[in-house]
Design a binder for this molecule. Structure first.
Ligand SMILES: Cc1cc2nc3c(=O)[nH]c(=O)nc-3n(C[C@H](O)[C@H](O)[C@H](O)COP(=O)(O)OP(=O)(O)OC[C@H]3O[C@@H](n4cnc5c(N)ncnc54)[C@H](O)[C@@H]3O)c2cc1C
Length: 454
């Protein structure tokens, strides 16, 4: 019997397991994929691991840095200056430094100043609750006016949230402005961090540490159901058998959690877990024999373009890491019913080739050495107005059953940094509840011993 069964070996599950194992509890992590990392999981390019979906950290990501430090691996965090740009009206614009905004000709000069002012205004908002009842559209239009909204923000919101764009909360956008705008070096340029060996190297190191403290990690083992007796959770049923546990922590997407707990909770609870809507994501990862541009991050502000971002990873982590290959991600958030999400990998790659030819007229198919397609069904929760009212409690209505998933990260948006924060917090609460249960059991056996002694 384990103290805590943790479902999911993404960064929430791994950090919760690590913290509990370090505190001396018996933990078992159960993961359906053959590898850990979840959405920050990787695949192999040459002899290197690379994220299926582009990943970086911001200078403010203190929780994941704390995790790295606790492993004694600070030297493996690689800080790199990066360049950001925007594709608008068939042209590329650099938007990395504050002065690039002044040269952004699609906006009138007055509106360029307003765009620059927005990041500062966003950083001045201290109480996000002021923005909870406001949509991003309402807030952005008020701050920057119609032209800035139409040229800069609307295409990004549509690119990321599609038909839900006008429902997105101002809180979500506020965070993006604050975080991305704030991740800067001394000279004002954007600075982001990567991890030596990729995020999977960190996930493997965390796994190693969990096992060092006696924890167990079962990969390739889908959990089929959570089980309870008399209102207390008592374990999980997996594809490889039953695991008895005093506590269960679910770190899976909320709709998946709903299916796992539906038979042991009331229908209203399972429904509440299904209330938050998600978008899926498709990433086409190209290994190229030449670079596309000098930009790391290219926002696509053209709704007719099939992707919302073109991310040249090797303008962040050098191409030499991947034997000279230039790595490019083409990313699109979309409902799982969308044609691009459902088409074959070959067809999706073809869509990417046509799109890149349009964006970079000199681009040739023979630049592609290899191509990969990755899909995530639950990639981005739709953060709508009054989102805080939709977030389910950490404690489920079954004793010792807990839920900590990406959609509960708020007011910040999802990210490995917050996965670690929530994982640690989950560990703190679960450790406390296990200690209390053990104390109650001890008290009961003591009083039984006292009443039966002569
Ligand atoms: C396109 C994209 C880009 C991103 N970019 C960044 C970035 O630059 N920086 C950053 O920090 N974050 C980024 N993120 C977000 C980051 O990946 C997530 O916030 C974080 O990885 C979530 O971790 P998690 O453990 O909460 O959830 P997940 O990673 O989703 O982990 C949940 C785990 O549960 C497992 N699971 C599901 N069902 C079952 C079951 N029945 N049985 C057993 N296991 C199950 C899954 O396989 C998965 O491993 C990005 C995400 C996406 C989609």
């Amino acid at each position: 019997m384990t103290d805590v069964a943790i479902v999911g070996a993404g960064f929430t599950g791994l950090s919760a397991a690590l913290e509990l194992a370090r505190k001396g509890f018996k933990v078992t992590v159960v993961e359906e994929d053959p590898e850990p990392g979840g959405l920050a999981g990787s695949f192999t390019v040459g002899d290197q691991r690379l994220e299926k979906f582009y990943h970086h950290w911001f200078t403010s990501d203190q929780h994941i840095m704390g995790l790295v430090q606790s492993l004694g691996r600070e030297q493996d965090v690689l800080w790199h200056p990066t360049n950001t740009g925007m594709y608008f009206a068939h042209r590329l614009f650099r938007l990395s430094r504050p002065r690039d905004v002044l040269a952004f000709t699609p906006l009138s000069f007055h509106n360029r100043l307003r765009l620059g002012y927005m990041t500062l205004a966003a950083r001045r908002v201290k109480n996000w609750r002021e923005l909870e009842g406001v949509t991003a559209k309402e807030w952005l239009t008020k701050l920057g006016g119609d032209q800035v909204y139409r040229v800069v923000w609307e295409p990004l919101l549509i690119g990321k949230f599609g038909e839900y764009a006008e429902e997105v909360s101002a809180v979500w956008l506020w965070n993006k402005l604050k975080l991305r705008g704030g991740s800067r070096g001394k000279a004002g340029q954007e600075v982001l961090a990567y991890y030596r060996g990729g995020f999977s190297a960190l996930a493997s190191q965390v796994m190693g540490e969990i096992t060092k403290f006696g924890g167990q990690i079962l990969l390739d083992t889908p959990v089929r159901a959570v089980s309870s007796v008399a209102g207390h959770v008592n374990g999980v049923a997996t594809s490889k058998g039953f695991i008895s546990a005093s506590s269960v922590l679910l770190t899976v997407p909320l709709p998946v959690a709903a299916n796992l707990v539906a038979p042991i909770t009331h229908a209203g609870y399972a429904e509440s877990l299904r209330r938050i809507r998600y978008l899926s994501n498709i990433c086409i990862v190209l290994e190229l024999n030449r670079s596309l541009s000098s930009l790391y991050w290219l926002n696509v502000n053209d709704p007719s373009f099939p992707f919302v971002g073109v991310i040249e990873h090797t303008n962040f982590e050098p191409a030499s890491t991947y034997g000279g290959r230039h790595i490019v991600y083409l990313s699109k958030y979309l409902p799982p019913s969308a044609e691009l999400y459902r088409m074959s990998n070959e067809d999706a790659i073809e869509v990417a080739v046509v799109a890149l030819k349009r964006m970079f007229p000199g681009f040739q198919r023979d630049a592609i050495e290899n191509a990969h397609v990755w899909r995530a069904d639950y990639a981005q929760p739709l953060v709508e107005r009054h989102y805080s009212r939709l977030i389910p409690d950490f404690a489920a209505p079954v004793k010792n059953l807990f839920v900590s998933s990406m959609a509960q990260v708020y007011p910040e948006d999802r990210g490995t940094n917050y996965a670690v924060r929530n994982g640690y917090e989950a560990a703190r609460v679960i450790a406390e509840s296990l200690r209390q249960s053990k104390a109650t059991v001890n008290d009961k056996s003591l009083s039984r011993a006292a009443t039966t002694s002569p």
